[in-house]
Design a protein around this ligand. Structure first.
Ligand SMILES: Cc1cc2nc3c(=O)[nH]c(=O)nc-3n(C[C@H](O)[C@H](O)[C@H](O)COP(=O)(O)OP(=O)(O)OC[C@H]3O[C@@H](n4cnc5c(N)ncnc54)[C@H](O)[C@@H]3O)c2cc1C
Ligand code: SF4
Ligand code: SF4
Length: 487
């Protein structure tokens, strides 16, 4: 099975990227110049003060050791699960007592020469030694377990948690603190990516409060989950901002989300790495969904994990649906779908969901843009939009893939093109010498089209979406007429 935890960029600012230079300077440079250790004193003062207002914000954004683990050592980390006892409060408390006792003992000893020049060297060296110890111990834990293992029992982290507790008790942190916030729980895909990328191995998606916030004292506010959430529903915000977000969020397309128990009726291999899976609903027996929506498919019970898949079938009688799944390299979920899903197996679904690709039936000209496996929602959408009972006069599908063999549902769209005069099918292949048709990207096709007044709906990988949006805007398509979902 592929690794549950994902290594991803966690350094979103120069301090987070290069803070480790400070660590190595103090820890190793201090062996020759002990006074360098005195630089640690303002660091301790800053982190305890900041945590009074913002919890462990320091750890995720300024900590030089954190930078060492995330920036310099992450590449060689085993990225394993952090053992429970290391994550426990008891372990952190015992370590804080042990560390506090030791450092106090050393400071008292150094105080014997207070007022003389060597006192500052002795004091500096105490902090150099502790910085070096954290560098070696934290570094080794990074290598054999994962990057922020040390941070679970770091005495500086524990001190911040105490200071934060005081800030909360006095009511200050309630106003100044920012926490991971989900725009609305119904928009979350329960995919667990926030858990898989979290350097502290916390699971925000399982613990959102009534106010949609993740209230965990160990959260270091690093925003790695925010950057990686595929639904784009996370932000780091104050309680006030969270309430505002909840008030203004649109739930269009998500109102009918429900738990559905289903059985796998058929698995069809469309390509070597693409399978179409047909589910029949068991309870409830009928579920209505709209073309362009997606469904969540449960892949694991503990921790509970779902994967979002666009519905690639038509809602004929509401008794089932199909999804089309492409195996992802190193993919945790698709590994389960491809190796463990079998016909007759009962699977939990959730949905239907998604308002981004619900097409405006009043529009005269509709352009669909698909990249790779992002073609799936357009299978039912093309059929629906080319029917006679709507105002749409022209439906274009611009479909881009890297290699010819990646083209999906090609025969279906070719057939639609022949039989339906409303429908225009433009396919383009990026890098395949044997391909006889049009070569290039979806943007090359769009450039040649008259797009003003069109409504454009896109689905594909993120690297396709951003340049395409720019291209569309340069051709006069209004921002409010561009809709997309990133698969
Ligand atoms: C609204 C929506 C609709 C979607 N519709 C479809 C659809 O119709 N069909 C479809 O096939 N997909 C669809 N997806 C994508 C789908 O939800 C999954 O993301 C996809 O199947 C991959 O899941 P996974 O668990 O196998 O990959 P993950 O394990 O989540 O990995 C994703 C990628 O991350 C990288 N990765 C994973 N683990 C590691 C690691 N340890 N180290 C480094 N890199 C790593 C790999 O590059 C991998 O390919 C849709 C997504 C959304 C949000
Ligand atoms: S990463 Fe997945 S589980 Fe976590 S909040 Fe985003 S959608 Fe929900
Ligand atoms: S929950 Fe998010 S912000 Fe908090 S530590 Fe984990 S990844 Fe960072």
């Amino acid at each position: 099975m592929n690794n549950f935890y994902i290594k991803t960029n966690r350094t979103f600012s120069p301090i987070r990227k290069y803070g480790w230079i400070f660590t190595l300077t103090v820890a190793f440079g201090g062996l020759w110049l002990p006074k360098l250790g005195l630089l640690v004193l303002p660091v301790i003062l800053a982190l305890t003060t900041l945590s009074f207002f913002k919890g462990r914000y320091w750890c995720g954004n300024f900590c030089p050791h954190g930078s060492l683990f995330d920036s310099l050592l992450m590449g060689v980390s085993k990225n394993r699960r952090i053992p429970k006892f290391i994550k426990s409060k008891t372990f952190a408390a015992l370590f804080l007592i042990f560390f506090g006792f030791n450092i106090t003992r050393k400071i008292i000893k150094a105080s014997a020469v207070f007022g003389t020049y060597p006192f500052w060297d002795k004091l500096g060296f105490i902090f150099v030694a502790s910085y070096l110890m954290v560098t070696v111990a934290g570094g080794l834990l990074t290598l054999v377990i994962s990057q922020r293992t040390w941070c679970h029992f770091c005495p500086m982290g524990s001190m911040q948690m105490l200071s934060y507790k005081l800030g909360r008790l006095l009511g200050v942190a309630k106003i100044t603190d920012e926490k991971i916030t989900v725009a609305h729980k119904d928009l979350c895909h329960s995919c667990g990516k926030c858990y898989r990328v979290c350097p502290m191995q916390l699971a925000p998606y399982q613990e959102f409060s009534e106010e949609n916030q993740f209230d965990h004292s160990k959260c270091i506010r690093c925003k790695t989950c925010v950057v990686n959430c595929p639904a784009g529903v996370l932000e780091l915000s104050s309680r006030k901002q969270a309430l505002l977000t909840a008030e203004n969020v649109s739930l269009e397309g998500y109102e009918d989300r429900q738990k559905i128990s289903a059985v796998i009726e058929r698995i069809r291999e469309l390509k070597e790495d693409v399978r179409e899976i047909r589910f029949r609903f068991l309870s409830p027996e009928r579920v209505d969904y709209q073309a362009g929506q997606f469904i969540l498919v449960q892949i694991q019970k503990e921790p509970v994990l779902f994967r979002a898949y666009s519905i690639s079938s038509f809602n004929e009688n509401g008794t089932g649906l199909s999804v089309t799944v492409k195996k992802a390299p190193q993919g945790y979920g698709t590994d389960i779908v491809f190796n463990q899903f079998s016909v007759g197996e009962k699977i939990q679904l959730e949905g239907p969901m998604g308002g981004e690709l619900l097409v405006d039936k009043e529009a005269e000209k509709v352009v669909f843009v698909a990249g790779g496996i992002g073609i799936t929602p357009f299978v039912p959408l093309v059929q629906e939009m080319t029917q006679k009972d709507n105002k749409v006069k022209e439906v274009h599908l611009v479909y881009g893939v890297n290699k010819e063999q990646e083209l999906m549902y090609d025969e279906y769209f070719e057939e639609m093109k022949k039989t339906n005069p409303k429908f225009r099918y433009h396919k383009v292949v990026a890098s395949d010498d044997s391909w006889k048709g049009r070569r290039g990207f979806v943007t090359d096709i769009l450039k040649e089209m008259e797009l003003e007044g069109s409504k454009v709906y896109m689905c594909g990988p993120k690297p396709m979406i951003n340049p395409t949006v720019k291209q569309l805007q340069s051709q006069g398509v209004k921002e409010e007429d561009i809709f997309f979902e990133s698969a």
